[in-house]
Structures are given as structure tokens and as C-alpha cells.
Design a protein. Structure first.
Length: 327
């Protein structure tokens, strides 16, 4: 696998939560975020969020700034979650005007991605869901979501759309909440440019096995288009350094990325709340990812296939221990 690393710009930002609304560190400009990113060796791509780092007025200047800093624009993330108007839904909102607005925001991001050669956007419909029973007409929500995604996919077939899922937050139940459900929607539309962004922290929240999620997307349409890499304790979306919690699972994850031929970006999506040195966060994250990737490369494929055939858990543990630590 040709490993190419990118980062969502928020990795290098001041991060707030509902307890400390102004954030835990000093405010940071996009210039500062980009300067920090330049100090992380091996990082070659930057993702931007529409409405945060880039808007309709400055988009071409920001893209030039990214390129001048030595980075590729890896992905444009349409902002369809931070404005209060999205609070009752986006692509599946009951208000048809809001649905049109959400589609338009994704199309604007697609146009920008096409004009720069990035050709990739990743929408996250985090407000499309429900909080209380009897709050949603599920059948209508499914139809609206399918109609919206198809309209976006048809807008420019040359621009990839990687749909990001999450079990909950900000809604108590997000409609597209798992790898399997994302696959269901994507495969129902069945457009070549529509696939999935696997945010591994979101998969962890849903109790998924990361390697199995990769295999599932390979088997049912080869739909894995993008990765957002972080870690958590499963209860909430902690956005910690990759592998800092579920260390062993990351070796299997990289093994299956290689086995299934994934060739997209490996993109950091970390919220460094209390870490003042954002450069150190980026460097340590990439160091761990390289560690996992190299451990996966040390696994003998014939030995792995024999273990798959036998299902011998202790042989699997021994192989994994040797790959990580030797001996």
C-alpha cells in the first residue's frame, strides 16, 4: 500500500467542547494551522471544512495557500452540521428548503474540488436522525436521503463523494450510523463516484471491528474511498491519537487495508483539546500509524492464511505479538 498521509486542519486548531466553549488553548488562524502542519514530516495533504477554513469568497486563495505550503488538497468537507439551521436535518430534513440548501452546499464543495483537481468531498449528515420515539417518519427520511445523495452524485460524476457515518452525536440516533447502513444507502444509489469515508472512531463507537469493516466494504462494492483516523474509548467520539486505545486492532486494520488494495488518503482527524503542542500531536500520530503499518507488513501472509483457515486464536496472538515486538 502506498501510504499517503493527510490531516483535517482541525488537528492543529484550538478545540472547544460544551464545557469550555472558547477552547482549551489559544485561538489559532488557518495560517498557524498550516505552519504547524508543515513541521510534521510525512504529511502531504490537508483537508478543509467549508465555512470554517474556506468559504465562497476566499476558496481559491486558500487552495493556493495550501499548494504554496507544499500540500495537496486532500478533501473538501462540506459544512452541513455547525450552522443552527442544520439542527433539524440536512439531506433528510422535513423542510424541503433545508434539503435543497444541503444539496447546494455539497455541490459547491464538489465544484471547488473539481476546480482544484482534488475531486473529493466528504459530507457528514450528522443531524439527519432523531432523538425521541415517534419523532421521525423513517420511510420518508430514507427517501429524502437517497434523493439528496443521488442528486449530488449526478452533479459531477468525476468528483468522489465519501459518505461519513456515525452512531450518534449530535443526534441521539443518526440515521446512517454504521458501515453496513452506509453501504445500504450507497449501493442502493449505485453510482461509481459514491462511496464511504470510514471514520474509525465512529466505527469504534458502534462496536465494529475495523478490519471487518474494511472487508465488508470491499466485498459489497469496493466502496471504501477515504479514511479518518483517530481513536476513542467507544462510548464517545474522543478523537484521540490513532491506536492510543485499541492498539492491537490497528495492526489487523492495516493488514486488511493492504489486502483489499486501499489506495486513498490516510487522514488524521484528531481533536487535540488539551495538547498545546499541535505539531507534537501530528508527529506522534504519524509515528504510530507507521508503526502499525510496518508491523502489518511483517506478518507472513501464508501464516496468516493458515491461521484464518484454522481459526486458532493463540496462533493469531503469537503472530501479532511477534509482528509488534519481535521474539
Amino acid at each position: 500500500m502506498n501510504r499517503k498521509y493527510s490531516a483535517v486542519a482541525v488537528v492543529f486548531a484550538n478545540c472547544a467542547d460544551r464545557y469550555v466553549l472558547q477552547g482549551y488553548t489559544e485561538s489559532r488562524t488557518f495560517d498557524q494551522m498550516l505552519a504547524d502542519a508543515q513541521q510534521v514530516e510525512g504529511l502531504t495533504g490537508i483537508e478543509v471544512i467549508g465555512g470554517w477554513h474556506i468559504n465562497d469568497q476566499n476558496q481559491h486563495a486558500v487552495v493556493k495557500q495550501i499548494h504554496d505550503a507544499g500540500f495537496q488538497l486532500a478533501c473538501v468537507i462540506p459544512e452541513i452540521w455547525a450552522n443552527p439551521k442544520w439542527g433539524w436535518g440536512t439531506l433528510a430534513a422535513t423542510d424541503p428548503g433545508i434539503r435543497r440548501d444541503a444539496i447546494d452546499r455539497i455541490k459547491v464543495a464538489m465544484d471547488l474540488a473539481a476546480s482544484t483537481g482534488c475531486n473529493h468531498v466528504s459530507p457528514w449528515p450528522g443531524h439527519d436522525g432523531w432523538d425521541y420515539v415517534f419523532q421521525a417518519d423513517y420511510l420518508k427520511m430514507y427517501d429524502w436521503m437517497l434523493e439528496g445523495l443521488e442528486a449530488c452524485a449526478n452533479h459531477n460524476p468525476n468528483v468522489k463523494i465519501s459518505l461519513e457515518f456515525k452512531p450518534k452525536e449530535p443526534r441521539m440516533h443518526i440515521m446512517i450510523d454504521s458501515t453496513a447502513k452506509a453501504l445500504l444507502f450507497v449501493n442502493t444509489i449505485n453510482k461509481p463516484n459514491l462511496g464511504i469515508n470510514l471514520d474509525v472512531g465512529h466505527a469504534n463507537m458502534g462496536g465494529e471491528t475495523l478490519a471487518e469493516a474494511v472487508a465488508l466494504m470491499k466485498r459489497f462494492g469496493n466502496r471504501l474511498l477515504h479514511l479518518h483516523l483517530n481513536d476513542n474509548y467507544r462510548a464517545t467520539d474522543d478523537d484521540m491519537i490513532p491506536g492510543s486505545v485499541h492498539t492491537l486492532e490497528w495492526v489487523e486494520f492495516f493488514y486488511w487495508l493492504e489486502r483489499t488494495g486501499y489506495d486513498g488518503w490516510l487522514s488524521l482527524d484528531i481533536f487535540a483539546y488539551r495538547e498545546r503542542d499541535k505539531v507534537a500531536v501530528g508527529r506522534e500520530a504519524l509515528a504510530w500509524l507507521e508503526t502499525f503499518a510496518k508491523a502489518a507488513e511483517r506478518i507472513d501472509k501464508q501464516e496468516a492464511e493458515a491461521i484464518f483457515a484454522s481459526g486458532d486464536a493463540m496462533q493469531a496472538q503469537a503472530m501479532l505479538r511477534r509482528a509488534l515486538f519481535g521474539g
